[in-house]
Design a protein around this ligand. Structure first.
Ligand code: CO8
Length: 257
């Protein structure tokens, strides 16, 4: 499959998906989102890939939805376009996805980063939900995921003023995983991805699933769900290998079974 708006690189068990419309700061037009979803689903089904990094260019992870596509849009077209189903499909990706953010992550760009499982950001990164400046509001999860990540008081300010938040602020708020110099953002994300790729894939998948479930359920139901996934892992060969390797004082060789 060849893509017009994204690039894909492979590095052992890590795949890096690169948003590649730098002239428009990686604005997320429909074609780009189609490609991102198609690529992520293909990588999710590729046994050779164990962790995915999603990144942009130096100036921007993504400066939001492509505003040109909004100029003549009607509510019915937005509804009929099934655009938000693309975002739901990204949520269903089972393998860990790490956003590596340099420059702007605004509007849909911030929402795309928040849809990933972790965010590694450069010191110059800027996060924000500026839709309010367009007479709009976040539409791809911003009001929900930002609020869950940073709490009501800070989410309200960011969403209602549209102001940009620095990487240091975003880190202090708990929105992002790590802040590093801009030059090493992708390498740092890949380094985390490599650590994850060395773990038992089924355990990684179920652990991701359980953490995400924490946002959708009560503590009691979440704990019950966690426990069942925990029991399930006792059925895997990798659990036997992991425990045996520990007892034999050697590194485990996980096979995803
Ligand atoms: N859409 C289309 N083009 C864009 C976008 C965008 N979101 N952002 C930047 N560009 C283009 C600019 O028009 C410009 O193009 P040109 O060179 O042809 O004039 C080029 O990228 C470079 O941008 P600037 O010259 O503006 O660069 P600056 O460094 O001066 O400013 C900013 C950078 C601050 C990022 C500025 O470009 C900006 O404010 N961009 C818009 C940010 C924004 O409002 N984003 C929110 C969009 S709405 C949204 O995301 C809703 C998501 C809902 C889900 C979507 C599902 C359908």
């Amino acid at each position: 499959m060849t893509y017009a708006n994204i690039l894909i690189e492979h590095d052992d068990a890590i795949a890096v998906v690169i948003l590649n419309r730098p002239k428009v700061l990686n604005a997320l037009n429909r074609a780009t989102m189609d490609e991102v979803v198609t690529a992520l689903e293909a990588l999710d089904h590729d046994d050779a890939v164990r962790c995915i990094v999603l990144t942009g260019s130096e100036r921007a992870f993504a400066a939001g939805a492509d505003i040109n596509e909004f100029a003549a849009a009607t509510p019915v077209e937005m509804l009929a376009g099934y655009r938000f189903q693309q975002w739901e499909r990204i949520r269903q990706i089972a393998k860990p996805v790490i956003a590596a953010v340099r420059g702007f992550a605004l509007g849909g760009g911030c929402e795309l980063a928040m849809l990933c499982d972790m965010i590694v950001a450069g010191e110059g990164a800027r996060f924000g939900q500026p839709e309010i400046n367009l007479g709009l509001m976040p539409g791809a999860g911003g009001t929900q995921r930002l609020t869950r990540a940073v709490g009501k008081a800070r989410a309200m300010e960011i969403i209602l003023t549209g102001r940009q938040v620095t990487a240091a602020e975003a880190y202090a708020m708990g929105l992002i995983t790590r802040v590093v110099p801009d030059e090493v953002v992708v390498e740092t994300a890949k380094d985390i991805a490599r650590q994850i790729a060395a773990k038992a894939p089924v355990a990684v998948r179920l652990a991701k699933d359980a953490v995400l479930a924490a946002f959708d359920t009560t503590l009691e139901v979440g704990l019950d769900y966690e426990r069942k996934l925990f029991y399930l892992l006792f059925a895997t060969e990798d659990r036997q290998e992991g425990v045996r390797a520990f007892l034999e004082k050697r590194p485990a060789a996980f096979r995803g079974r």
